[in-house]
Design a binder for this molecule. Structure first.
Ligand SMILES: Cc1ncc(COP(=O)(O)O)c(C=O)c1O
Length: 407
């Protein structure tokens, strides 16, 4: 009989969201008179900006006319979008990124999942804990780890994010080849300073390593001292790939559009020790396995960079940050310490007790759903993630209930 990829057997079953759903459904069934408010989700709730919707309609109409119909587009994305990204997201911040270094895709999830396949099987990995699970699981599937023992895979250097380091891990003492970093962070909401990122760039240059920098939440940064891009750090063009997404910037989780930057100056070695262009490898992978994002969706993404689009997307992220501020302040008033919520849509609460126990407490006493930190890694134990993605009304009601329940 045909055999499976045994590496899939090593995956720690992803019980987190299934477990949450099971507990919430059981509670709701037993207490139909007590509606539950969900602050556990990582999905946006507000409608798309007007400018994006108008661009989507106009581009859809173009597809219905022979003169303006478009079939397959360039796999890497249309020039109008790659040029707008290069101009607004990079040149405007003093970063050198050319349009042809930008690969438009249908999600940062796929890109940060797929990137590992262009690197060696024996690449040494460093991955944060707690973490967005995609980085780890895709490397497990690819066979780069040993078995999972006590919640940790053999062969991975875990970068612990704890109260002691302000949830921003320092460079490891030993060598690593591929390092995943995510700022503003999911799940902690922590951001890295320029000095902290500069230390990572210096480490990567010294170890001839590559940083895989996920900045899917950069649009939430409000502190002018915090870098939005790894390319704001001198020397990063030789050591870093950056992932970005329109999902949380402009509410595109249901439309699907993202991009990855691979500088042409980035090299990795072949078996003979010769430097090879990582851009050429990614271009090969992308054009072989991907056929481009739908034209109307790319037009909708392009509209984010118009004057109206900039104003409307800013209003959208400001709205979620308004929720985040209310959550952060309420949690602090209750005597908890927390990070995030000021430059990110997530608040990471140090509960000082078992994270599932705290989850159950909020559910049963306040009918509010959060995400237990243990689901994101060993260092997530003792914490919960509260998401700012909800209506103001729901956030206000949830906070009142939490305060009453914990007072
Ligand atoms: C850190 C991080 N990266 C990437 C993604 C996925 O983004 P996309 O919707 O573009 O696939 C998410 C979504 O939750 C995320 O939290």
């Amino acid at each position: 009989m045909i055999r499976i990829n045994e590496n899939y057997q090593k995956l720690k079953a992803s019980y987190l969201f299934a477990d949450i759903a099971r507990r919430v459904n059981a509670y709701a069934a037993a207490h139909p008179d007590r509606p539950v408010i969900r602050l556990g989700i990582g999905d946006v709730t507000e409608p798309l900006p007007r400018a994006c919707i108008e661009a989507l309609h106009a581009a859809t109409d173009e597809m219905g006319q022979r003169a303006t119909f478009r079939g397959y587009g360039p796999e890497q994305g249309y020039a109008f979008l790659r040029e707008a990204i290069a101009q607004h997201d990079y040149a405007a911040r003093g970063c050198e990124v050319a349009p042809d270094e930008i690969f438009v895709s249908d999600g940062a999830k796929c890109d940060c999942a797929n990137i590992q396949e262009i690197f060696a099987q024996d690449a040494r990995l460093a991955i944060p804990d707690p973490v967005y699970p995609v980085y780890l699981d895709t490397n497990v599937m690819a066979g780069r780890t040993g078995a999972n023992v006590d919640g940790r895979y053999a062969g991975i250097t875990y970068l612990d994010s704890t109260p002691a380091n302000g949830y921003v891990p320092a460079v490891p003492p030993g060598p690593a080849d591929l390092i995943y970093l995510c700022f503003p962070n999911n799940p902690t909401g922590a951001v890295a300073t320029r000095a902290q990122l500069a230390a990572w760039v210096a480490y990567a240059r010294e170890n001839r390593a590559i940083l895989l920098y996920d900045s899917a939440y950069e649009a939430y940064i409000r502190d002018p001292q915090i870098p939005h891009s790894i390319y704001e750090i001198p020397g990063a063009r030789e050591v870093a790939i950056e992932f970005r997404s329109f999902s949380k910037t402009a509410g595109f989780t249901g439309l699907r559009c993202a991009y990855t930057v691979v500088p042409k100056t980035l090299q990795a070695s072949d078996a003979a020790g010769q430097g090879q262009s990582v851009h050429a490898l990614w271009n090969r992978r992308h054009t072989t396995k991907f056929n481009g994002v739908a034209y109307p969706i790319q037009r909708a993404a392009g509209a984010v960079y118009t004057a109206a689009g900039q104003e409307q997307t800013r209003a959208l992220t400001d709205f979620y940050l308004g929720n985040a501020k209310l959550i952060r302040e309420a949690v602090q008033r209750l005597g908890f310490t927390c990070v995030g919520g000021d430059n990110a849509p997530y608040i990471w609460v140090n509960t000082g007790r078992d994270s599932w126990e705290f989850f159950d407490l909020l559910l049963s006493r306040a009918q509010v759903v959060c995400t237990p930190g243990a689901g994101f890694g060993r260092c997530g134990e003792g914490h919960v993630r509260i998401s700012a993605f909800n209506s103001r009304e729901n956030v206000a009601a949830a906070l009142e209930r939490i305060a009453a329940a914990l007072r």
